[in-house]
Design a protein around this ligand. Structure first.
Ligand SMILES: [Zn+2]
Length: 266
């Protein structure tokens, strides 16, 4: 299974795209979040992920840096449906509270000949914590991360060859996720900035953590591989080096600080 990191930045970045990624197998793609806008279309083009091959999309929560790109996907996929250029349905998974938000924004901002597919070929699938779905022939378990800011879900996915990948959304791991996240081979976790620069970026005010804390946590959870994302973007050219240097002191597994459009084999 291929993991393509589409964006790595936090909500307000301008030098890279907002955090979102795709899991891919056999020309099928499972998109996790969509970033904040129209750039998602260019990034999908650059990473050779055709819209026609995206049939499963998960939105973690309502914040603009995760949600708004979805409306461009609905817009373009619905248009392709009308042109006979998209086969089958698209399934959009999110916690149940988000369904009416997505429907309302879509209906207010996208033409009717596209939004008429909502509830039909554009399926909005409400999730409750603990729900399991089959996506790309893998079992995916969605769970509430227990956010106090805005209700947010993460997920863990078991690949067909027995690997487990967990995504904790854009907030620090919360012990309430333990039963879902434990024994992960791959952990995807936010790191707003370096611990040594916490005074400058103030991650804690925004319910975010630093490289050090994410690494300490991954060590505690014994995750073999850790991918950090949802970061600040002030020195992207040095981010990989600086974050890796700090993180290695606290984590003995494989630490990855990807750039936008970096690809991993899971
Ligand atoms: Zn975010």
């Amino acid at each position: 299974m291929k993991l393509t990191i589409l964006g790595t930045g936090n909500a307000t970045v301008t030098e890279c795209y907002n955090t979102c990624f795709a899991l891919s197998e056999d020309h099928r793609h499972f998109l996790v979040d969509a970033g904040g806008g129209n750039q998602i279309l260019r990034i999908l083009k650059d990473t050779q992920i055709p819209l026609e091959e995206i049939h499963d999309i998960f939105i973690t929560h309502e914040h603009i840096d995760h949600l708004l790109g979805l409306f461009w996907l609905i817009r373009m996929i619905g248009q392709k449906m009308n042109q006979g250029k998209y086969e089958g349905d698209v399934r959009i998974y999110c916690h149940s509270g988000l369904i009416s938000t997505i429907t309302t924004i879509a209906e207010l901002t996208i033409m009717k000949k596209v939004t008429q597919h909502i509830g039909g070929r554009i399926q909005l699938i409400p999730l409750e914590s603990g729900d399991k779905k089959q996506i790309l022939d893998c079992e995916v378990t969605f769970f509430d991360i227990g956010s106090t800011k805005a209700k947010q879900f993460g997920f863990s996915l078991n690949t067909r060859d027995g690997k487990k990948l967990s995504c904790c959304g854009d907030e620090p791991y919360n012990p309430c996720e333990a039963e879902y996240v434990r024994d992960s081979d791959w952990l995807m976790h936010e790191a707003f900035c370096l611990y040594s620069e916490a005074d400058k970026f103030k991650p804690y005010e925004k319910h975010h953590s630093t490289v050090r804390e994410a690494c300490e946590l991954a060590e505690e959870l014994k995750a073999s591989n850790l991918i950090l994302y949802h970061t600040e973007d002030t020195r992207l050219g040095e981010r990989k080096k600086l974050y890796s240097e700090e993180g290695k002191k606290y984590y003995s597994g494989n630490l990855f600080v990807p750039d936008d459009q970096e690809v991993f084999l899971i």
